[in-house]
Design a protein around this ligand. Structure first.
Ligand SMILES: NC(=O)c1ccc[n+]([C@@H]2O[C@H](COP(=O)([O-])OP(=O)(O)OC[C@H]3O[C@@H](n4cnc5c(N)ncnc54)[C@H](OP(=O)(O)O)[C@@H]3O)[C@@H](O)[C@H]2O)c1
Length: 275
């Protein structure tokens, strides 16, 4: 077992929190990477990067809010350089599924001179339980500009398991794993499965990109609205409606099904409406 800690950037987030828990359970030394960590890490304050990266063997890199935001590639490049200067052996990058901005960041990590694993992820199941779609689920109506396309919705537990393997086992060096769930689901089907498991009414409402943009403007302002609308335009057009074998290749097992995710979350009480 190595003595040097592993840095988990985004350690309080959906993927990062699971990676921290799993590494701790396996006995690895972990350094949490978030703005509230003991050694704070802030993407907007580059002076925090070297203290967070010093003395670590490897780093998990999940970018916030998304690799499609302006300046993301420059920050991934600068972070890779600081990591190299700090003697970090390996980076594990969480990426999208081939979007131009995400691929540009993958190429930066691939050419950083460090060992790397690239983890491409499909649309997260946990968007419905821990992300921005939890309030709409509780209100009974999930509205997305996704028409009737199908997505191989992935359980974040699987992404975390792949990242932990990549961070702790050099046999994953140089690999690109594209991680999907085992089944294609339309958002109407996903809503129906959540509804059945949670015992609450949940419906899916297809909306236009313009309607999505209008809603995001209210929540996050113009930049958030513009970038997330572009992400939806690029990703929710049906071209990702295929399964991949990333979980099988990395872990030698099948990915978790959306039905298991629904059962687990329903049992946790997260989808129970406050009285
Ligand atoms: N959702 C999806 O369906 C999907 C699919 C594929 C890929 N992805 C990618 O997943 C990534 C997000 O990962 P996630 O969902 O695991 O994270 P998340 O749940 O969105 O959590 C965000 C994390 O980033 C940290 N954070 C926020 N602002 C920060 C800042 N200025 N500096 C440093 N850390 C900051 C937060 O920590 P503190 O607030 O404590 O600082 C938290 O740990 C994005 O790059 C996204 O593109 C998402």
């Amino acid at each position: 077992m190595q003595d040097q800690p592993i840095l988990v950037i985004g350690s309080t987030g959906k993927t990062g929190s699971r990676i921290v828990k799993s590494l701790n359970e396996k006995g690895f030394s972990v350094r949490e990477g978030s703005r509230s960590a003991a050694i704070p890490f802030d993407w907007d304050q580059p002076e925090t990067w070297a203290p967070a990266l010093s003395g670590v063997s490897a780093a998990y890199v999940s970018y916030f809010p998304d690799l499609a935001f302006p300046g993301a590639a420059d920050k991934i490049k600068a972070l890779s350089e600081v990591a190299a200067q700090c003697g970090v052996r390996k980076l594990v990058l969480l990426s999208g599924r081939g979007e131009a901005h995400a691929v540009a960041c993958e190429e930066i990590v691939r050419n950083s001179g460090l060992a790397f694993t690239l983890v491409r992820a499909a649309w997260f199941a946990q968007n419905f339980s821990e992300g921005y779609l939890l309030p709409p689920v509780l209100d009974g109506m999930v509205a997305l500009p996704a028409g009737d396309i199908k997505e191989p919705i992935v359980d974040v537990d699987d992404i975390a398991d792949v990242a932990v393997a990549a961070l702790t086992d050099a046999r994953h060096d140089g690999e690109l794993y594209e991680i999907t769930g085992p089944r294609l689901l339309s958002f109407a089907e996903a809503a129906a499965e959540i509804s059945a498991a949670a015992g609450i009414p949940v419906h899916y409402q297809p909306i236009t990109l313009e309607q999505f943009h209008e809603g995001m403007l209210e929540i996050g302002g113009p930049l958030i609205a513009d970038v997330f609308t572009e992400i939806c335009r690029e990703t929710l057009d049906g071209h990702n409606a295929y399964l991949t074998d990333g979980v099988q290749r990395a872990l030698g097992r099948e990915p978790r099904d959306f039905a298991d995710f629904c059962q687990t979350v329903a049992a946790s009480g997260v989808w129970r409406k406050a009285a």
